[in-house]
Write a protein of this length. Structure first.
Ligand code: SF4
Length: 362
């Protein structure tokens, strides 16, 4: 394989194979990958705009049967610090979100065996009744798989009920690495890669905007990273006119502090800044049918976040008023709205506040 031929293929928006992706990942100089990725970024998002959003992460409950080995956040039922968020807490947290100028709530798990579909539809209805302009970016494929099994029904039925109750978009949570070899070790009780993809296929059909994610830097190989990207790209290829499909792709590195994966399996995070830049660029190159690539400044920090914007990323995500799963494992980069905009400007770009569909807002 020749790098020059692969660069030309990427710039032509041709689909790269797994072997071609691995070759680029392993062999291409990072500055050349950045150059190609930047061209593609300009193709999808011409100009200097970089998106950001104010949103708030609220965990519905920290009780989760899944017990993923990278997660310090989950608790078993009956633990002294197990909780289900109360209505009063939602109201206080959403009031704070609105006071800061945000209107998107990222509602995440765990998968509490006591909570069925009615709990979630009641919750969404209640929140929308109190806050009609609130946007709910909630749950993720593992929760949909779990609810469908619990209620003995289809993904379509669960998603339709959630949409009717107020779900606005489905985060790509729980993708980790879409390889069942990897999932058996990092998240053995969660949705399989096939189930994750099938939920997203149904969500796209139901016209839900979705995102795709990757948590990498643990036990996966480069080949499995590329395979993950290709599975997402191939599903996006099925997207029909009028469907949102995957609006964005967001990769972040495994944070190992205090996790079972580190304590029991001696797995340390393989994260490095240069490798993150390489991954961002490769993501932009392989995912040539997804418009936005978001760098996870919350986990990689300011310097690498800024550099990502020169490697194909066009979004720095959220100031994330509250985040528990990643921060429980060691990520503690926090930014105010002003700081996030300054970071974007310092990197040479223009900050654009956006909504959950990545549309610019005033
Ligand atoms: S990562 Fe999510 S699904 Fe896995 S144990 Fe933690 S809360 Fe549960």
């Amino acid at each position: 394989m020749e790098l020059e031929k692969l660069y030309a293929k990427a710039l032509n928006l041709s689909l790269l194979s797994k072997d071609e992706g691995i070759f680029l990942y392993n062999e291409a100089p990072v500055e050349e990958l950045m150059f190609i990725a930047n061209h593609l970024r300009q193709h999808h998002n011409p100009g200097t705009s970089v998106g950001w959003i104010i949103d708030r992460n609220v965990n519905i409950t920290n009780i989760c049967f899944s017990q993923c080995t990278f997660c310090n956040f989950c608790r078993k039922k009956g633990s002294p610090d197990a909780y289900i968020t109360t209505t009063e807490d939602y109201i206080r947290k959403i009031d704070e979100l609105y006071a800061l100028g945000g209107d998107q709530l990222l509602l995440q798990g765990g998968m509490n065996p006591d909570l069925g579909i009615e709990f979630y539809t009641d919750l969404f209805r209640k929140l929308k009744k109190f806050y009609p302009t609130l946007r709910l970016h909630a749950l993720g494929p593992p929760e949909i798989v779990y609810l469908a099994k619990k209620e003995k029904t289809s993904y379509e039925d669960i998603l339709s009920q959630l949409i009717a109750a107020g779900l606005d978009s489905l985060p790509g949570a729980g993708a980790e690495i879409l390889s069942d070899r990897v999932r058996k070790i990092v998240s053995p009780s969660k949705a399989t890669s096939g189930e994750w993809l099938e939920v997203m296929r149904v969500a796209h059909r139901l016209l839900l905007p979705t995102s795709a994610t990757m948590m990498y830097g643990h036990i996966e190989t480069v080949g499995e990273r590329i395979e993950h990207l290709i599975k997402i790209r191939d599903l996006q290829q099925e997207k029909k006119e009028g469907q949102y499909g995957f609006i964005t792709f967001i990769p972040w590195p495994f944070q190992d502090e205090g996790t079972l994966l580190r304590e029991k399996h001696s797995t340390r995070s393989t994260y490095s800044g240069p490798d993150y830049i390489r991954l961002i660029a490769i993501s932009r190159i392989i995912l040539n049918n997804i418009r936005h690539i978001q760098a996870s400044i919350l986990t990689v920090g300011k310097e690498i976040g800024m550099l990502s914007l020169h490697a194909g990323a066009d979004d720095l995500g959220s100031i994330m008023i509250e985040e528990n799963v990643v921060s429980a494992a060691g990520a503690d980069n926090r930014f105010s709205a002003e700081e996030l905009q300054s970071v974007i400007k310092e990197a040479g770009f223009s900050p654009v506040k956006r909504n959950q569909k990545y549309e610019a807002i005033k």
